[in-house]
Design a protein around this ligand. Structure first.
Ligand code: PLP
Length: 404
């Protein structure tokens, strides 16, 4: 659990900017990155922030300034990264189910490209032959990840080229003499067990002899962060030690210098984010007390989409006695953030903070029910800066052609 910003700082941000509000703590993001650097060999490991977690350009600038690379899942994320000033050599684009035009555009922008289907690889070979190095996303048939929606490596997953298709992969590579520089596996998100990453290493080991131009092994992202008090995340020290060892062994065995790449999203930003809401309505129904807040699935969909747990604290009166609440949103569907959750006794108007709101929080938000998206604030060196304003009524209409 993260307590990197105090209740006082969060209350002050809510009073200053209004709610609902996303607040991020810059030092926490930097600290997470430093923790990765301290446990992995700096000679043979590179980290690419999976920016799908949170793409605000001020966050990306912070990530760039701390020396981290960036992983993008769409061509527009690539363009945002370029806009922020990332060097194309530090940008990775991992495509899935995209039109080949998008891959061509990524090549024209000079970024690293991962391809995840034989179909697009064939088109890539026909267009570029061996002129542009490319990574291949492999589906390893490993079941891992916090829940099925975020498990991406199993044998029914849409992601990657099944490792069982090795011969087909080789034949396309040979036909066009494609320069395959990287093998990529992302088994899913919220992977606590270090052994899962080691299983990926075994899949790599089996493929490497057939792909002699490969010098990068990309293990994807998916490090677990703690969501519940006293919960443990992925043991980064252990993971670092194991991966350092395996990379050395594999480099020696294959007779080439292999580099490990990782694409952490949640690990860098989840705990740095706080979503502050305000209680509009308290409603007693039998023995349930509903706390209806000024937000809903339109702002933080993870509890409804993934049954994700977000710790909730009443920062207006944290010392009061605990009572159980159903925390619900104001959307026209059952948008329950938490059932039967012990929270310090709530009064209408109190601020409730959701922890672990940095990753896939604002980024998955929408204007559903014609409600405004919240503002975002970055706190760094004790100073808070508005990094995106809340929507206003004009924003809701701006893409629609006027009535005639
Ligand atoms: N890399 C790829 C290819 C992904 O699909 C994802 C998440 O969807 C990530 C990295 C980041 O995962 P996480 O935020 O769990 O680290």
């Amino acid at each position: 659990m993260n307590s990197s910003l105090s209740y006082e700082q969060l209350n002050k941000a809510a009073d200053t900017y209004g709610t609902p509000l996303y607040v991020y703590h810059g030092e926490k993001i930097q600290g997470q990155y430093q923790n990765l650097l301290s446990h992995f060999s700096n000679k043979s490991t590179r980290f690419f922030y999976a920016c799908k977690a949170l793409t605000n350009i001020h966050i990306l600038a912070l990530v760039k300034n701390m020396g981290c690379n960036i992983d993008c899942s769409s061509i527009n994320e690539v363009k945002i990264a370029l806009h922020v000033g990332f060097d194309p050599a530090n940008i990775l684009y991992t495509s899935n189910s995209v039109a080949f035009e998008e891959i061509k555009e990524a090549v024209s922008l000079g970024v690293h490209v991962n391809i995840d289907s034989l179909s697009n690889l064939e088109k890539f070979g026909a267009a570029f032959g061996g002129r542009y190095p490319v990574g291949i996303r492999i589906r390893p048939d490993i079941m891992a990840g916090g829940n099925l929606k975020i498990s991406t490596g199993h044998n029914k997953s849409k992601f990657g080229i099944p490792y069982t298709e090795k011969e087909a992969l080789k034949s396309i590579q040979e036909k066009y003499t494609i320069n395959i520089s990287a093998l990529h596996i992302h088994t899913g998100s919220e992977i606590k067990d270090v052994a899962v990453f080691l299983q990926s290493a075994t899949v790599f080991e089996n493929l490497l002899p057939d792909f002699p131009t490969v010098n990068i092994l990309d293990f994807g992202g998916g490090f677990k962060v703690p969501y519940q008090p006293n919960e443990k995340g992925t043991d980064i020290a252990l993971l670092g030690a194991e991966v350092n060892k395996i990379m050395e062994q594999l480099s020696t065995k294959m007779g080439r210098n292999l580099t490990a790449w990782f694409e952490p999203g949640k690990y860098l930003v989840s705990e740095a984010g706080f979503f502050i809401t305000q209680v509009n309505v308290l409603k007693q129904s039998g023995d349930i007390i509903f706390a209806g807040i000024n937000s809903g699935l339109n702002h933080l969909i993870r509890p409804m989409f993934y049954d994700a747990y977000h710790h909730i604290v009443n920062i207006s009166a944290p010392e009061k006695e605990l009572k159980n609440y159903a925390v619900v949103g104001n959307i026209c569907e059952t948008d329950t953030f938490a059932w039967d959750r012990p929270i310090a006794s709530i009064e209408e108007g109190n601020y409730l903070v959701f922890y672990n709101a940095g990753a896939y929080g604002y980024e998955m938000s929408s204007n559903y029910n014609a409600r405004y998206k919240p503002a975002q604030v970055l706190i760094k060196n004790e100073k808070s800066t508005l990094i995106s304003r809340a929507d206003n009524f004009d924003d809701l209409l701006q893409l629609q052609t006027p009535l005639t």
